[in-house]
Write a protein that binds this ligand. Sequence first.
Ligand SMILES: [Ca+2]
Length: 217
Amino acid sequence: MRIRFVLPFLILISIILNQPALCQSPENLLKNGDFESGEIFPEAWERPDRLTVFLVKEPSPSNPENKCLKMDTDVYMTDWEKRKKEMEKNLDTLPWTKTPTKGKKYNTIGGNNGVSLYSDPIPVETGTTYTLSLDVKSHQTSGTPKIFVKGYTLHKGRMREIYKTYLNCRFKGTDWQHFEQNFHPTSRTPRVTEMRVMIFSYWPPGEYRFDNIQVFK
Ligand SMILES: [Ca+2]
């Protein structure tokens, strides 16, 4: 009698233990895409200027210590240019508070260049289709930040950009929203050997948040 009850249970356990691949997530090729490594600056990304780009706490139900990347495009161009010059001289200069903006805000960074931040390079495998995915949130009710992937090759001793694609993150509402897109960096540009992710926010001027950025095969 006992075997009649135990045997189906053992078979079920055996099936579960033999199916680990079904539960595994693909490896994220982008380092620190969840922004959890780094205290003031996110590891494996460009240095944020802390005027328009910040590493910030963004508690989630599963992780009260969660961090994400915040971009503020509601910053006057004059402030942004001043901060850029400071950081070109010395990356470690301390940040300061932006000038409050008003009016139609066409003279903000969001109305002009936009704000961007690059990841460290990721090696590219020829002939491979990749997936880019991420979560976006804003206090504004709509907007379209973009995530670029740029591909590079070594040309005359320098890495040159020869490939570019982007994911339009057209959100509505103020909750986190997920975006995902496939791309194939070597289908038309087979000389691409590495790629970088570039986060980009612009109009309307305001705050944009990014988390859980992944690049996987
Ligand atoms: Ca995170």
